[in-house]
Design a protein around this ligand. Structure first.
Ligand code: ZN
Length: 116
C-alpha cells in the first residue's frame, strides 16, 4: 500500500519509545516511526497499513494514494497529483465564508479577520 503525504518528509510516530520493565531490568522499546520520502511511504506490512489508516493524521496529513496497488503507475501519479491539488484547494478555502486563497499563509491571515 502506498501512502502519500502533502509533506515531503512527514515523520509519524505510531508507537513512542518507552521504558519497559522485565524481571526488574529496564529496557527501552524500539517504538515505531514511519518516515515519508518525497511525500511517499510504501509498505506491504498489513499490520502497519492498518496502523497507518487508524491515526488522526490519516486523511489530513497523508492518505493512501492508490487503490490497493503497490507500484507507481503513470495513472497513479496523475491521481496523486490531482488529489494533492484537490487537498491544497480545500485547505486554502476559508471554512467561514468560502473564499479561496492561493496559499495557506494568506488564508490564515484572512481568517484572523473573522475573529473579532
Ligand atoms: Zn472568510
Amino acid at each position: 500500500m502506498l501512502f502519500i503525504s502533502k509533506y515531503a518528509n512527514l515523520r509519524l510516530i505510531l508507537e513512542p519509545k518507552r521504558w519497559k520493565e522485565i524481571d526488574g531490568s529496564k529496557f527501552l522499546t524500539d517504538g515505531l516511526t514511519v518516515e515519508f520520502q518525497n511525500g511517499q511511504f510504501s509498505t506491504k506490512d498489513a499490520e502497519l497499513v492498518e496502523k497507518l489508516k487508524n491515526t488522526k493524521a490519516f486523511g489530513r496529513d497523508y492518505w493512501s494514494g492508490e487503490k490497493g496497488k503497490d507500484e507507481l503507475t503513470p495513472e497513479a501519479v496523475k491521481e496523486i497529483n490531482e488529489t494533492k491539488e484537490y487537498k491544497e484547494k480545500l485547505e486554502s478555502k476559508c471554512p467561514d465564508c468560502g473564499k479561496e486563497f492561493g496559499s495557506e499563509a494568506s488564508l490564515r491571515g484572512h481568517m484572523l479577520s473573522h475573529r473579532k
